[in-house]
Design a protein around this ligand. Structure first.
Ligand code: 5AD
Ligand code: SF4
Ligand code: FES
Length: 359
């Protein structure tokens, strides 16, 4: 038995263990993937749940250095999907048996915005008999806003910490009150306090990021006791400040493998949470989402955003599904999930088992 076999026998990893596991070579990483697949099968089964994604608006008040829709990028047309278009997409999802939706947008906190979301939630619930599991991904908001949206039926919230390292966080964002690590952490705490199923995540392969940072990210998830995770590789975007470091990044294949290891290790560490197979995984590897499903992911987000808006929601380069209609993404993902050997949990919410167990 070598050192990796020995470490994999435990399921509470130390930081040192995680660094070793994240640094594994091809032969040893297969052992991690096998163990993760086994844990997935035992604890969450072989069902993958659809979350229809609506990229509601690309207007954002923030200026994260990595993101293609940052406020400072004036090369794109800013939009809101209209209420009718959202409801159209919701009807499609409902009829197709997607039991959940994700509404995502750049960060906006005007009263007009928070109320438009409230109204939208009420309408979505009324046309779907309150049957949709609704997830929001709308950035940092006040406790009052989180409660208001919850009152309108939102149940889950995704807010990536982006990196758990305070130091790295400050290199990825402008150093002002609007991009403060503690504020972000506090927003996650408010989401927990207000009763949401809380999802967070990080980007993998960022400039200046070390394997130790990634080990800390995994320990952070465990410590915060998250219910859901969405992680993916960092992908450069030409019209952002971080693009200048593109030559310092890991090659795409290695960045992908590192992301896959993160998914697998998180599955081993947090057996019953929901983990997304993210679109960014597929950007670096044609079979990226299938591979993520094999090593632990159990949630996937078919895009429902009307096609005419999609080219203006490019968070990073080569984002897939720019021209594909909702029905094409559905067929594509169905096929991908079957290739990975899993089934789709149509008409099931697929709530985080971890959340239920904590209640
Ligand atoms: N590469 C990968 N992911 C990115 N995101 C933003 N920009 C990038 C990028 N260049 C991710 C962030 C954010 C989510 C909505 O998209 O993690 O939380
Ligand atoms: Fe805005 Fe989110 Fe992009 Fe930051 S990552 S600029 S908050 S959309
Ligand atoms: Fe959109 Fe494959 S998921 S085309």
């Amino acid at each position: 038995m070598n050192n990796i076999d020995y470490i994999l026998k435990k399921d509470d990893f130390t930081k040192e263990d995680l660094v070793i596991l994240l640094n594994t070579n091809e032969e040893d990483r297969k052992k991690i993937f096998e163990k993760a697949a086994e844990v997935k099968k035992t604890y969450v089964g072989n069902k993958v749940y659809f979350r229809g994604l609506i990229e509601f608006s690309n207007i954002c008040s923030k200026n994260c250095y990595y993101c293609g829709i940052r406020a400072g990028n004036n090369k794109l047309v800013r939009y809101f999907v209209t209420e009718d278009e959202v409801l159209e997409a919701v009807k499609y999802a409902y009829n197709e048996g997607y039991a959940s939706l994700v509404i995502q947008s750049g960060e906006q906190s005007t009263k007009a915005f928070t109320e438009s979301i409230y109204n939208l939630l009420m309408k979505i619930n009324s046309i779907t008999d309150n049957k949709m599991g609704i997830t929001l991904s709308l950035g940092e908001q006040s406790e009052e806003t989180y409660l208001r949206w919850k009152e309108a039926g939102a149940r889950r919230y995704l807010l990536r910490i982006e990196t758990s390292s305070r130091e790295l966080y400050s290199k990825l964002h402008p150093n002002d009150k609007h991009h403060d690590y503690d504020e972000r952490l506090n927003a996650l705490k408010l989401l927990r306090k207000t009763g949401y199923q809380v999802g967070t995540g990080v980007m993998i392969g960022l400039p200046f990021q070390t394997v130790e940072d990634l080990a800390d990210d995994l320990l952070f998830f465990k410590e915060f006791d998250i219910d859901m995770a969405g992680m993916g590789p960092y992908i450069e975007h030409e019209d952002t400040p971080l693009y200048q470091y593109k030559d310092q990044l890991l090659p795409k294949e290695e960045r992908f493998i590192l992301s896959l290891k993160m998914v697998a290790l998180l599955r081993i560490m947090m057996k019953d949470i929901n983990i997304a197979a993210t679109t960014a995984m597929q950007t670096l590897d044609k079979m990226g989402r299938e591979k993520a499903i094999k090593v632990g992911s159990n949630v996937i987000m078919p895009n429902l955003t009307p096609v005419k808006y999609r080219e203006n929601y490019l968070l990073y380069e080569d984002k897939p599904c720019i021209d594909e209609e909702a029905s094409e993404c559905k067929n594509c993902l169905e096929a991908r999930i079957h290739i990975a050997g899993d089934e789709i949990g149509y008409n099931e919410h697929g709530d985080s088992i971890h959340f239920k167990n904590r209640q």
